[in-house]
Design a protein around this ligand. Structure first.
Ligand code: PBG
Length: 323
């Protein structure tokens, strides 16, 4: 008790604080999300996500070089195709936008880890993450297409595939098809506990993937549920997920912590578009210090238990950490 105990003793100087710091951020744990579009020399700003762009493959290669040179080991790619239809054909087209981008980026940067988002929502005419039958998102017929998409990404050279659709059984189906096609060493990072969140709003502008009707609550998780996340994660690991993700991150730090404490696979957290945009907006208004809040938020996500952080702040945070 006081005066014997004085926690302030360890806070006296920055050197001392650093010595006893429990959580350290490094660019090594960041994954930078990128949006690829058809064309050449295209770099469209995304209005709700300042400093983020939709880029054609040639521009994406430049950005990927920049990312890698900052010490960030990985990117995750989202594709905006030329053509959308009911069956999401462009998602598993070997000359599709993501497949083309993966090839070009791996050619230029063989050591950069290229992750692909495996989902149908960017490729379906209706914007849902699965096939529609009788007005409902049909689980089982969607699995085949997701597996075809994952294999086409692997064939293009993806190191990691990341299913984000939240259909039941997709990790197992993807693992099986990858193995059957000779891609047993391709890693699966599953969006295991993915919530039906309003924080995805800006992303849907970026990826042009807002659902044309209804919402995603029949497949993404209810934000009110905590134990269910452990069930989702357990199932994905049983089916073969190598890394599991919690998404979003900030409003779900309890879930990140639960997953970290209950499982031994690496845990990723997605610091999603809305979490990024609200900090950017407040900073533009002069209401928050962007750099300080960014570092605080990323530290909190790591402190909660995230080994890997997917974040639109990756480049900015890496620059700061490297300086
Ligand atoms: C695709 C997908 C989404 C995000 C990642 N993959 C959108 C969604 O589920 O609606 C969101 C990422 C973000 O908000 O930054 N299913």
């Amino acid at each position: 008790m006081f005066p014997v105990h004085r926690p302030r003793r360890l806070r006296k100087t920055e050197i001392l604080r650093k010595m006893v710091r429990e959580t350290t951020l490094t660019p090594q744990n960041f994954i930078y999300p990128m949006f690829v579009v058809p064309g050449r020399g295209v770099k469209n700003p995304i209005s709700s996500m300042p400093d983020c762009f939709q880029e054609s493959v040639d521009e994406a290669v430049k950005t990927a070089k920049d990312v890698f040179s900052l010490g960030i080991p990985a990117i995750i790619l989202f594709g905006i195709p030329e053509h959308k239809d009911e069956k999401a054909s462009s998602a598993y087209d070997e000359n599709g936008i993501v497949q083309t981008a993966v090839k070009a980026i791996k050619d230029a940067l063989p050591d950069l880890i290229v992750i692909t988002d495996v989902c149908l929502c960017e490729y379906t005419s209706h914007g849902h993450c699965g096939i529609i039958k009788n007005g409902k998102i049909d689980n089982d017929s969607t699995l085949e297409l997701l597996a075809l998409e994952a294999v086409s990404h692997a064939r293009a050279g993806a190191d990691i595939v990341a299913p984000s659709d939240m259909m039941d059984g997709r990790v197992g189906r993807i693992r099986k098809m990858l193995d059957d096609e000779g891609f047993s060493d391709v890693v699966i990072l599953s969006y295991a506990a993915k919530y039906a969140s309003a924080f995805y709003g800006p992303f849907r502008e970026a990826a042009q993937s807002a659902p044309a009707f209804g919402d995603r609550r029949s497949y993404q998780m209810d934000p009110a549920n905590r134990r269910e996340a452990l069930r989702e994660v357990a199932l994905d690991i049983e089916e073969g997920a190598d890394i599991v993700m919690v998404k979003p991150a900030l409003a779900y730090l309890d879930i990140i912590s639960d997953v970290k404490n209950n499982f031994s696979v690496p845990v990723a957290a997605y610091n999603v578009s809305g979490e990024y945009s609200m900090i950017k907006a407040a900073a533009q208004l002069g209401w928050l210090n962007e750099e300080a809040v960014m570092m605080e938020v990323l530290t909190a996500i790591k402190r909660a238990g995230a080994d890997l952080i997917l974040t639109y702040f990756a480049k900015k945070a890496a620059k700061l950490l490297n300086s």
